[in-house]
Each structure stands twice: as structure tokens, then as C-alpha cells.
Design a protein around this ligand. Structure first.
Ligand code: HEM
Length: 446
């Protein structure tokens, strides 16, 4: 066996240093420190585990794309099984492949266009509820909107009032779930208070029974004429692959969770960034007025809404909802000059790399022009990856772009949102990059 050659890093075992300090480290501050001190690659230990933090696109591509066969969803994600069971996010190997192949047609570019009108209808209903001068927690509004959209489009079910129950259940689940799955070893470090844990179990039961109802209702109704919604595909696959009801439910829960919180967070940060960048906001409004002339947007308008897309792209750069990814190595592996052991946890952070001046000059500046075709052509490969990369890249990416752009286009035709300056904006880097304490904003007519 080849001798190990480990990259530089803090000599201390993070577990012991955390126990000594009796406090958990802020993961973003921790990664920022590693990147600033050790550069492109850093190694440390957490208990007996080897951890690598990658901070260069070449290293990241090497693990997530080139050598991907040697890496599985890292163990922290496996702990997500507590909630997601054996859904697409947590599964590995053959099971993951089967699930991804079953779901793929529902996420195909040609397929998702059919959902555009429903997304716009729901966004327009929200637009019509708002009045000028009203304060709203835009994070909550976006969560409710995008949950309704996932139900109506991906599963062709109107969640109705159940949206609010589900939203609350999800919030309870996320509060604990985020902490449980955050980083390797977290279980040892976290003293999960009794009450939130109870709330988690209770909320998960609610979520499961809501999803079971959704599936039963769908079964009763039978497939719709097109037969192409995700649930129809899952139920068809269930028969041929012999999946249990729980397994189908796991997959439904996974897609709801993966698809709704990320998109809602992306929208929330986009509204905030627009409120802070009036020139970009004005340019987006000009485009919307010119292309749409006051009518509601549709799927065919998307190619003309280039600037709106660039705004969303820049928001995903500065505030990537999925802000870090992890994998676990199956066997020893070589990365550049380093030789690492099997069972090494490898971490990479979109948030840190997207703010690296080597790849995005003046990185804290909100500048949609970074995403023109010309700029993208000169971008360092792998430096921008809000949807991940390699075979586990987000299956809902095309759907997310469509949904985000249609929401922006529909609401921005009537309203602009002003940030309530009394609220201090802070990120809460849990499983997703949430705005801490929501996002209070004031609605103003345009
Ligand atoms: C702005 C919105 C979104 C962002 C930023 C995002 C981000 C990501 C990222 C980074 C991954 C890869 C994680 C990894 O490799 O460890 C992923 C996977 C996934 N996403 Fe998304 N996502 C978004 C929207 C959606 C939507 C709308 C859906 C579904 C309706 C969805 C469903 C999934 C699923 C099922 C996976 C697992 C894929 C696999 O492992 O094969 N996502 N997402």
C-alpha cells in the first residue's frame, strides 16, 4: 500500500479543540479560515476521521467528476436517512441509479415547460394578495409559494391549506435536521435539547401522513392524461421494481425537500440583493417591461429574459442555497501530490469558492454581468457550481431556473421589495443557506 501523504492543515484534532472550547465552530468561518491559511487544499482530523477541505476547482472536479466512482455520499448525508430514508439524495450505487433513471423524464427540459403556466398562476395569485406599504417576511412567502408549486407541478396535486401545515412541519424538521446532518461528528458535539427532538419526530410523522395522503389521492385519481408527472412515474416503477410504499414515500419526501427549500431560499436572497442594488433592479425591470409589455410571462419568454437570468445566477453565486457538499472515499486515492486513505470525508463549499477573488474579481460586488455568455466562456471550469457537479448534479436544475425566473418576472411587474433596515441580515449556514430570522421586506408598487 502506498504511504499516505497528507495536505497541510491545522495540527489539532478539531473534535478535541471543539470539546475544549465547549462550543461548535461556525462552519463558514471555519472553512474561510482553512482557505485563507492553507490555500487550495487542507486536511484535518475530527476524532478518527480524516477530513479534506477542497478550495480549488481542479481538486473539486477531480473528486466530484473525474474520480466520482470512488466517492459516495458522505456519511453525514447518510444520517439524513433519518428524514429522507432511501431517497435520491441519500442513496448510493444501484439504488441511486434506478431512482435517478425513473425520475429523469419528469425533469427533462421538454417536460418541465408544461409547468410554467401553473407556476405563473400561483405567483400571480401572490402578487394580487399584496398591497403597497405592507411588511412581509419574504422568506416565509417564498417557502409557501414554492411548496405549493412543487405539489402542483411535480406531483400534480393541489396541497391547498395543507401547505401551511407542511411548511410548519418542514420548519420544525429543518431546525433539528440541519443540526443533525451538518458535519461529521456533529452527533458527538450536539446536545440536542429534548423539546426540538420531540418536535422533529412529531413533525416527521405529520409530513409522512400528508405525503401518504397525497400518494393515496393520486392512486385513486389515476394518472392524468399525459402520465408524465413524477408521482405517476414512481408508482409505475414501484410495480416493476417491487418498491415498498415506504420507499416511494421516501422518494416523494426527498424531492419535496430538495426542490422547495433551495428554490425558496434562492428567491429570498435574490429579492434582498435586488433591494440593495437599484441599478440592477432597474435594468431587470426595463427588460421585463420591454419583453412582456405588462402581460404575464410564459415558458417561451424565458430565452428573452437574459438579464433576469443573470440576476438569478449572480444571486446563486453570492448566496448558494446548497452551500457545501460532502463525499466519503471508498478506497485510497491520489489528489495532485497527495495520497489519502479510504474513508476520508471530502468537503467543498460553493459559498467559499464563489467568493474567491481568484475566480470572481471584487467578489462581494453584486454584478450580473459576470454571467454574460462572454464572461462565462472565460470562467475557470468548475468555479461556479450552485447545482453541484458530476453524476449527482441537481436533477431539478432546469426546473429551478424556470421557476425562479417566472416568479421574479411575475412579481416584479407589479412590485419592488424594500428591505426592512431594522433587520440585520445574517446567514444561517445549516443544511441550506437560510437567512437568519427570515427576511422582512416592505412591498412597494412600481
Ligand atoms: C435553486 C434551487 C436549487 C439548488 C441551488 C439546488 C442544489 C442542488 C445541489 C448542489 C445538489 C447536489 C448535491 C450533492 O452533489 O451533494 C442537488 C441535488 C438534488 N436536487 Fe437540487 N437544487 C435546487 C432545486 C431543486 C429542485 C427544484 C428539485 C426538484 C424539484 C431538486 C432536486 C434535487 C434532487 C432530487 C437532488 C439529488 C440528485 C442526485 O443525487 O442524483 N433540486 N441540488
Amino acid at each position: 500500500m502506498k504511504a499516505l501523504r497528507l495536505p497541510p492543515g491545522p495540527g489539532v484534532n478539531l473534535l478535541f479543540s471543539v470539546l475544549k472550547q465547549k462550543k461548535w465552530v461556525d462552519p463558514i468561518a471555519h472553512f474561510t479560515h482553512l482557505a485563507a491559511t492553507y490555500g487550495d487544499i487542507a486536511h484535518y482530523k475530527l476524532g478518527r476521521r480524516h477530513i479534506l477541505f477542497l478550495n480549488h476547482p481542479e481538486y473539486i472536479r477531480e473528486v466530484f467528476v473525474v474520480q466520482q466512482a470512488n466517492f459516495i455520499k458522505e456519511r453525514t448525508q447518510q444520517r439524513a436517512r433519518l428524514l429522507l430514508g432511501e431517497g435520491m439524495i441519500t442513496a448510493d450505487g444501484v439504488q441511486h441509479k434506478q431512482q435517478r433513471q425513473t425520475a429523469a423524464p419528469a425533469f427533462h427540459r421538454q417536460q418541465i415547460g408544461a409547468h410554467a403556466d401553473e407556476i405563473v398562476r400561483r405567483a400571480a395569485a401572490l402578487r394580487d394578495q399584496w398591497s403597497t406599504g405592507e411588511p412581509h417576511d419574504i422568506h416565509l412567502e417564498m417557502m409557501t409559494l414554492s411548496l405549493g408549486i412543487i405539489g402542483a407541478t411535480v406531483f400534480r396535486t393541489d396541497l391547498g391549506e395543507e401547505v401551511h401545515t407542511l411548511n410548519r412541519a418542514m420548519a420544525d424538521i429543518m431546525n433539528v435536521y440541519n443540526a443533525v446532518v451538518l458535519l461529521p461528528g456533529i452527533r458527538l458535539l450536539l446536545h440536542i435539547p429534548f423539546t426540538p427532538l420531540r418536535r422533529f419526530v412529531h413533525a416527521r410523522a405529520k409530513l409522512h401522513s400528508a405525503v401518504d395522503r397525497l400518494i393515496a389521492e393520486h392512486r385513486r385519481r389515476g394518472a392524468d392524461a399525459s402520465g408524465t408527472d413524477l408521482l405517476t412515474m414512481l408508482l409505475t416503477a414501484q410495480k416493476s421494481l417491487g418498491w415498498s410504499d415506504e420507499h416511494v414515500r421516501d422518494q416523494v419526501v426527498t424531492v419535496i425537500l430538495a426542490g422547495y427549500e433551495t428554490t425558496a431560499i434562492a428567491m429570498t436572497w435574490t429579492w434582498y440583493l435586488l433591494s440593495q442594488n437599484p441599478l440592477a433592479e432597474a435594468q431587470m425591470h426595463e427588460e421585463l417591461d420591454r419583453v412582456l409589455g405588462g402581460r404575464l410571462p410564459g415558458y417561451d419568454d424565458l430565452p428573452q429574459l437574459r438579464y433576469t437570468e443573470m440576476v438569478m445566477a449572480e444571486s446563486l453565486r453570492l448566496y448558494p442555497p446548497a452551500w457545501a457538499m460532502g463525499r466519503l472515499s471508498l478506497n485510497d486515492f491520489q489528489l495532485g501530490e497527495y495520497h489519502l486513505p479510504a474513508e476520508t470525508t471530502v468537503l467543498a463549499s460553493q459559498y467559499i469558492l464563489h467568493r474567491d477573488a481568484r475566480f470572481f474579481p471584487d467578489p462581494l460586488q453584486f454584478d450580473p454581468e459576470r454571467h454574460t455568455p462572454e464572461s462565462k466562456a472565460t470562467r475557470v471550469r468548475g468555479s461556479y457550481f450552485p447545482f453541484g457537479m458530476g453524476p449527482r448534479q441537481c436533477i431539478g436544475e432546469a426546473f429551478a431556473w424556470m421557476e425562479g425566473m417566472l416568479i421574479l418576472a411575475t412579481l416584479s411587474q407589479s412590485w419592488r421589495l424594500r428591505h426592512d433596515e431594522r433587520h440585520k441580515v445574517q446567514i444561517e449556514p445549516l443544511f441550506t443557506l437560510r437567512p437568519k430570522g427570515g427576511m422582512p421586506m416592505i412591498v412597494e408598487s412600481r
